[in-house]
Design a protein around this ligand. Sequence first.
Ligand code: PLP
Length: 410
Amino acid sequence: MYKVRDMFQINENYLKLQGSYLFSTIASKVAAYAAANPHREILRLGIGDVTLPLAPAVIKAMHGAVDEMARQETFRGYAPEHGYDFLREAISRVDYRSRGADIDPDEIFVSDGAKSDSGNIGDIFSTQNRIAVCDPVYPVYLDTNVMGGRTGFMNPADGRYEGVIYPPCTEENGFVPQLPEEAPDIIYLCFPNNPTGMTIPKAELQRWVDYALEHGSVIIYDAAYEAYIREDGIAHTIYECEGAKKCAIELRSFSKNAGFTGTRLGFTVVPRELRCGDVSLNDLWERRQSTKFNGAPYIVQRAGEAVYSEEGRRQTAEQVDYYMRNAACILEGLKSAGYTVYGGVNAPYIWLKTPGGMTSWEFFDHLLEEAAVVGTPGSGFGPAGEHFFRLTAFGSYENTKAAVERICRL
Ligand SMILES: Cc1ncc(COP(=O)(O)O)c(C=O)c1O
């Protein structure tokens, strides 16, 4: 007879997570509308995924790398866990040194994207740390900290997890989070921002860096939308701020600047100067990655290298320009129709205030029913997103223009 024992236990923190109903609710509402209106074309400005194909320079590099993998002499096996030198050097040169930020290749850790890095980075921090996330927020920062045990339960009354500091990003503060009175240990910042499409001036970001240095906090800075910055006075990397190498980790992605959402490539910068007492966070992250990650594919890293070539930079910049033309079309169209709109100048997201005090979901239903246009309810990104709505610039220009015309006719 087997001895009966107590069952294994799960990570109960997962049970604190709220169901992620946002995109599934959108999908089921859209499916119901499509079934009831089979002849009406639905225009989708909801999802944050790119639509243009990979740039020719990127495709050429991928084909070349595939051919290398086909020959005995040039075949590659496991990639270095932290990325090939050819890519780390290109990133260091173009993304950092050219902007006056002194980041070495060995401070750059190539990965399969910013979503996994933003979740995995929690591995190197104590579960006792108190986190701050902006409200509204890209939900991955919050949910991965819930999973990691860095929060209490969600309070259903206000939709917030216990123990988390939530600097609000509202119309009143211009969507610029204010420094919290109670200092968090780990601060997540994302600029240009998803979902608001807003940025903060470099001087304001410097205040966060100074605050982190003063209070012994670490900033996790997500710059996935850096390529969309158009205006002066906005930092392209947090390392443009003085002292940031002592307090900040930066996450970057090839998804939105070069269309790699399905190809998968990103990187995280952990400066050697970033320390907790005697311990180097660069060493910890190196250890974490070499233990749990086996490197991004060679073919994809060659594709990433091509993004930094002269041709690749020109072609990917044209793609970003294409999306930003859509953003301008949405902004101008909605403004002229009397909507209050934010974002869309340095980011592919437009954050619009719902008209007539409608809730985010009421506006979603209204837009779908009356215009067959799909967007994302702002409340899905946090309580402060209520009464706002996110539209994305990642569709075709024709569809974007048609969607704007329909919204304007409402
Ligand atoms: C703010 C932000 N960070 C990270 C990501 C994910 O990037 P990746 O495709 O590199 O995982 C997204 C994707 O939408 C995002 O909006």
